[in-house]
Design a protein around this ligand. Structure first.
Ligand code: ZN
Length: 417
């Protein structure tokens, strides 16, 4: 068997089995006893419901990952890549347009095959647990906007990469890296004003107690803000969230309307203080640097194998091309990308604890953030006892109980008695 094919098949199946095992252990780790920290916020009945939700999600992921694995394996083993390549070549377009058509067709195929599961997740699973508020019209509009945006942004990036590969020779990977980094920085910069409003409405937060409290906190921390906005998150789900967008002078806060409905001012300030902590402690810069280095590694990896004929033999290709090579390399990259995501998640979990501690110190009220985390977990029926393998594999946040325990111990240390 071709070595490249063996590595790709082994890593696709290996990653699949790893996630399956993690979910088995996760299901076994669901404990029927409500953690005492949550006694003031929920009851046994609602806690049992959160476990039902966790099980339903795990079953859904089992089905969805099995379907995708079978589709990918079927496509590879039945010679789908070669058939698609021959079909787009028969259109007689130039090399760039042929490459775009090849990758565009794959992206379209994958979003069409995802659609039934996507519909089930939104309109059956999320609805059964009372989370879904997406209408059919919003769902359809989201998919169309997503496809158009993906085609435009993905098209620009891919055209540039294919072009550099044609003209820049040995240095192509450096040009691709530079372009990809500049492009993603540009998107981060224009995203808040130009891209996010395509999907949601942002209205400035009215003046009042909450606005004053946020401004006072930000001012006290010497933290520049260009705006505080309320986002209509309730358009899709009852789940709540808050986030910062942009950087430097264009930095804005977006609060989900669902967050404001369920949380008091102290809790919301606690959540924002945590986000300010990420910026003040340099987490955002570190994350950005890590992603720039990862992109560089990806393109360097590309430069090592892109012209290797054995890679094309692995997929039974009649023609060697950059566009097909990029897709094969993405598959070959699976084990590297798993290792990188484990490292990124471990770094992120460390940062979460640090941002919690920052919020506790700067607001002087660790209990407010702890209360906010509890309320968010209860309202979104979060799994309070994830198995360590699941956390290690895919969680950018530490288990919420660990965060709450740390926060509450900080509060206990501060109090005079
Ligand atoms: Zn955080």
């Amino acid at each position: 068997m071709n070595l490249f094919l063996a590595v790709i098949l082994a890593s696709l199946i290996g990653v699949y089995l790893l996630h399956l095992t993690a979910r088995r252990l996760n299901a076994a780790a669901l404990s029927p006893d409500l953690p005492p920290e949550f006694a003031d916020m929920t009851d046994a009945k609602k806690y049992a419901r959160s476990q039902e939700y966790a099980r339903a999600n795990m079953r859904f992921q089992n089905v969805s990952e099995t379907v995708s694995l079978l589709l990918v394996l079927g496509f590879i083993l039945l010679g789908g890549f070669n058939a698609l390549d021959l079909a787009v070549r028969s259109l007689g377009m130039g090399p760039l347009a042929t490459g775009l058509a090849f990758c565009g067709a794959l992206a379209l195929f994958s979003s069409i095959t995802d659609l039934p599961l996507d519909i089930y997740h939104t309109f059956v699973l999320e609805k059964r647990f009372g989370f879904n508020t997406t209408t059919a019209a919003t769902f359809v509009a989201d998919r169309i906007k997503g496809l158009v945006l993906g085609a435009v942004l993905g098209g620009v990036l891919l055209t540039a990469i294919l072009w550099f590969l044609r003209v820049a020779g040995q240095q192509a990977w450096l040009w691709c890296w530079g372009f990809a980094v500049a492009f993603s920085l540009l998107l981060t910069y224009i995203g808040p004003q130009w891209l996010l409003p395509i999907f949601n409405r942002f209205t400035p937060l009215e003046s009042g107690e909450l606005r004053t409290a946020i401004e006072q906190y930000a001012h006290g921390q010497n933290f520049a803000l260009s705006g505080i906005f309320v986002m209509d998150g309730s358009k899709r789900s009852t789940k709540a969230n808050a986030f910062f967008t942009g950087f430097g002078r264009t930095r804005r806060i977006a609060l989900f309307d669902t967050l404001m409905k369920r949380h008091d001012t102290d809790e919301i300030v606690g959540v924002l203080a945590h986000e300010v902590g990420h910026a003040k402690l340099g987490h955002i810069k570190k994350r950005l640097l890590a992603s720039i280095l990862q992109t560089g590694l990806l393109f360097y990896f590309m430069s090592l194998f892109l012209d290797n004929h054995a890679l094309f033999d692995a997929f039974g290709m009649q023609h060697v091309s950059h566009h097909a090579g990029l897709v094969f390399l993405a598959l070959l990259y699976t084990p590297v990308s798993l290792c990188l995501s484990l490292a990124a998640n471990a770094m992120s979990r460390k940062h979460e604890f640090q941002a919690d501690a920052f919020a506790a110190q700067t607001t002087g009220d660790p209990h407010a953030l702890a209360r906010a985390l509890k309320r968010l977990s209860v309202d979104s029926l979060s799994n309070l006892t994830p198995h360590p393998l699941t956390v290690w594999l895919g969680h950018g946040h530490p288990p919420v109980l660990q965060r709450i325990r740390r926060l509450e111990s900080m509060g206990a240390a501060d109090s005079p008695d």
